[in-house]
Ligand binder design. Structure first.
Ligand code: HEM
Length: 129
């Protein structure tokens, strides 16, 4: 969700004139935020290219830096549900199977969401007993 967020970012419409980082944004302009501007920033995530789930322990990242579900009043409506569903799926997968990717270095393509280019084929090996 941090390294390859399904959605790359989102849009907001300026409700009023404002200045951000020295740039003047007029009322009614659309502005786009990109997840990677914070997700891949060493300022908020040390060694940003490294997969390290322990980085979310404790307080976790500062607000509005981990934004695969957006943020603010229009944040994804089912953020908690989507994360729970992923967790339940992964739990049952690793509890029941060992698995091996058939294409180890399969590319991720944008179509328009990020997806494995060949459909992420895996071979499942049920745990014994
Ligand atoms: C991993 C799965 C998902 C991701 C990464 C995701 C991500 C997002 C993002 C980035 C936004 C825009 C938030 C913003 O502009 O601040 C959004 C909005 C939304 N998402 Fe999701 N989403 C996921 C799954 C789902 C699912 C399964 C549903 C419905 C069953 C859903 C329903 C919605 C709705 C209704 C909105 C619009 C909320 C609003 O504008 O008030 N999302 N989602």
């Amino acid at each position: 969700m941090r390294l390859a967020p399904p959605l790359q970012g989102g849009f907001r419409k300026a409700m009023t004139d404002f200045i951000f980082n020295g740039f003047f944004i007029p009322k009614s302009w659309k502005v786009r935020y990109l997840c990677n501007s914070t997700h891949k920033s060493g300022q908020y995530f040390s060694e940003p290219e490294r997969f390290d789930p322990s980085r979310y322990e404790g307080g976790g990242p500062p607000p509005y830096t981990f934004v695969p579900f957006g943020g603010g009043p229009r944040i994804c409506l089912v953020k908690e549900y989507a994360q729970l569903e992923i967790l339940v799926f992964m739990h049952h997968l690793v509890e029941r199977f060992r698995f091996q990717k058939l294409i180890p270095d399969e590319k991720i393509v944008v179509d328009p969401m990020l997806i494995p280019a060949k459909g992420l084929l895996v071979r499942l090996f049920p745990h014994k007993g």
